[in-house]
Design a protein around this ligand. Structure first.
Ligand code: PCA
Length: 179
């Protein structure tokens, strides 16, 4: 059987920071069938770069990593909202004000992966994860919307910026095994 292809995305730093934990964790992943892709923190360019990669590689699954500010657990995102809003702006200086992503699309898209089961498995392995019903309205959400639109077997994972990187890496490897 041909091996499954996983597109693994992560983000460049944003908001004046020098690093993004999603990038640092992604660097630790080396596995067959994994295609890594760095995305710009841009409402416009991130979905474009993702779309091109999806067309080129036709992945079976998409795992998107992003950084979040608070918390001690990795957040497994259930939905992407069809909305963009940001006061601080993205790396291009774009500040959408409650802008719809796509007029004829549903208000939210949902992953078809069994993230409840995934979260249980992580819990049994004592890996700190939590289910989340909102990926925010910033570039991560915009990117997740694009991923789900192209493949419902997509998952967005938010990593708290101060999380221990080796634990975060173990969780990402566990998620990888789940696909
Ligand atoms: N986190 C931001 C965008 C890039 C990232 O790593 C977010 O949560 O939208």
């Amino acid at each position: 059987m041909p091996q499954n292809k996983l597109l693994l995305t992560y983000f460049e730093p944003f908001g004046g920071a020098e690093t993004n934990i999603s990038q640092q964790v992604a660097e630790g992943i080396e596995a067959e069938g994994v295609i890594k892709l760095c995305l710009p923190v841009s409402f416009k360019r991130s979905p474009e770069v993702l779309r091109e990669a999806v067309e080129r590689y036709q992945p079976d699954f998409i795992l998107c990593l992003g950084q979040c500010g608070e918390g001690e657990k990795i957040r497994l995102e259930r939905f992407a909202m069809n909305l963009m809003d940001s006061e601080k702006g993205d790396n291009d200086g774009h500040q959408p004000d409650e802008e719809t992503i796509e007029v004829n699309a549903p208000l939210a898209l949902r992953t078809s992966l069994d993230i409840k089961q995934l979260q249980k498995e992580c819990m049994h392995a004592e890996l700190p994860t939590v289910l989340s019903n909102s990926a925010g309205l910033y570039v991560c959400n915009r990117t997740y919307f694009e991923a789900l639109r192209s493949n419902s077997k997509s998952l967005f994972v938010h990593i708290p910026k101060n999380m221990d990187k080796s634990i975060a890496l173990q969780i990402i490897i566990k998620i990888y095994g789940f696909f």
